[in-house]
Unconditional design. Structure first.
Length: 492
């Protein structure tokens, strides 16, 4: 047996007969289909990276009672040092996709780590449900599963409560017996579900009394009977070549809608059962929501640094680096990049103990979310501003270089001070793929809304801020003086 999970093991695990549809057709094997095969290889690359002898200690640890190493994202830090060690492993994984794999395996692992840190919340809900979560965490972590989740309901008539939507739209419990529950309806966004082992199904959006049928959480293998995965358009399939689309051709996560057609969930996979408030508590009364979004900030720190590097290379490609106004833009971008890292370091350094576990500062994490969901599109716009028309007038594809006459024209018209013409085209294609392509546009939308609309993230920030301390300072000032004249005498 190998020391830890490898890419080959992961690819083999995906050949499980899962029901995935794209372009109106059933996919026979997601590991070989042209819409998914490169993304699957990128997921496998993560496991191959951790399995390299030189990376074993950085990327993995041995859980108590186990004889096989697993990724550090499953580690439950007991102190600040262990949290930093875990973060460095996650940054190393994020660097492999330049931060463009938003739902890499460490995201859901982090969510479950946080929820298990608050297992007493589940104990209040019921001993059986708490045992189910503990046992599932044991199974998922020991096997180093790649998990995804669907925790958002499909948008329909937004003026209505979820329980008032058309029947069979929102996933709900339609039956139960001694063996488990049966669910029917849809969930989204299923990012990375096509390359994942299992899916975690829950409700992050608020539910109210009377919506008990919708109030559940569970875990299912991706090949569960009756589970249908409807992929969005594949940017990988639309990519001309790696040269033309170096990022989208390999790191497209393929968001998907998952529809449950009377899917049976055994009781040992049910973690929340018919309890609207517990659906909230599962994320917010445990460190679950904190840990999963802390992971997102870790990944974003890598992605923002990549975009900063892209910006600097862009100015080199078009020869504007030494223009004072351009230097100003690059300096500001450098400050923004460092701010993301500083906020991440702050939420770690200002963390606290929850029982035996170390948890990042929740308010600092939410503050980072609010700021970065606005920051990302601003950085993209900075790159657009720096590029001017350079990203538009590019050869149509790699095939243009096959014609000697066309290649000669390209070499004349794509000159640069510090790049050969072919290298300049290669770089500008990569820049367009990151910020201007349909894939790049999806990422801007993703970074703006993956954690919810701004009023949602700002609401979390409002809820977790020390308002008592802030207003107490104001009250303290008010208490230091009264209505008096210049001599200190009270004015009637």
């Amino acid at each position: 047996m190998t020391t830890c999970k490898t890419g080959a093991e992961h690819i083999k695990s995906l050949k499980d007969g899962r029901t995935v549809y794209i372009d109106g057709k059933l996919v026979a094997d997601v590991t070989e289909h042209p819409a998914f095969r490169n993304a699957v290889k990128s997921a496998a690359m993560l496991y191959d990276f951790q399995a390299k002898p030189e990376n074993i200690e950085l990327m993995t640890f041995v859980p108590n009672g186990s004889n096989r190493r697993v990724n550090r994202s499953w580690q439950m830090p007991r102190n600040y040092g262990e949290m930093v060690q875990r973060r460095k492993a996650m940054q190393a994984w994020a660097a492999l996709s330049y931060g463009f794999m938003g739902r890499s395996p460490d995201h859901l692992a982090s969510a479950l780590v946080g929820q298990c840190m608050g297992i007493e919340v589940f104990e209040k809900h019921g001993a059986e449900r708490a045992k189910a979560l503990r046992d599932y965490f044991e199974e998922a972590s020991r096997n180093d599963y790649f998990l995804t989740y669907v925790i958002i309901n499909p948008q329909a008539e937004r003026a209505k409560d979820w329980g008032e939507q058309k029947e069979e739209l929102v996933a709900r419990i339609v039956d139960e017996d001694s063996g488990g529950v049966t669910i029917r309806g849809a969930k989204m966004l299923g990012t990375s579900s096509i390359m994942a082992n299992e899916v975690f199904v829950a409700n992050l959006q608020p539910l109210k009394p009377g919506e008990e049928d919708l109030a559940f959480s569970c875990a299912l293998p991706m090949n569960a009977k009756g589970m249908r995965v409807l992929s969005r358009k594949s940017y990988e399939a639309a990519a001309v070549s790696i040269f033309d689309n170096p990022i989208s051709s390999r790191f497209d996560e393929n968001d998907a809608l998952i529809y449950f057609e009377d899917v049976k969930v055994p009781w040992e996979r049910v973690f929340v059962f018919r309890d609207p408030d517990m659906c909230r508590a599962q994320f917010h009364d445990t460190p679950g929501h904190t840990y999963q979004n802390y992971q997102s900030q870790i990944r974003l720190s890598v992605k923002i640094k990549f975009l900063a590097g892209l910006a600097h290379r862009l100015t080199e490609a078009i020869g504007t680096t030494n223009i004072p106004s351009v230097r100003e833009q690059l300096g500001y971008l450098a400050a923004q990049t460092s701010m993301v890292n500083a906020m991440m370091a702050g939420m770690e350094a200002e963390g606290s103990m929850r029982g035996e576990w170390y948890v990042p500062n929740k308010h600092f994490m939410y503050s980072a979310q609010v700021l970065t969901q606005d920051l990302y599109p601003r950085i993209v716009n900075t790159l657009r501003d720096l590029s001017g028309g350079a990203l538009i007038m590019l050869p149509s594809s790699i095939h243009d270089f096959a014609d000697p006459h066309i290649k000669k024209i390209i070499e004349i018209t794509q000159r640069a001070a510090k790049m050969e013409p072919v290298e300049k085209v290669k770089f500008l294609k990569a820049a367009w793929d990151a910020i201007g392509s349909e894939f790049g546009s999806r990422h801007t939308q993703y970074e703006m809304f993956y954690a919810g609309a701004r009023f949602v993230t700002s609401g979390h920030s409002y809820r977790t801020f020390d308002w008592a301390g802030a207003t107490g300072m104001v009250d303290g000032l008010m208490d230091t003086y009264k209505l008096t004249d210049e001599l200190g005498r009270k004015v009637n």
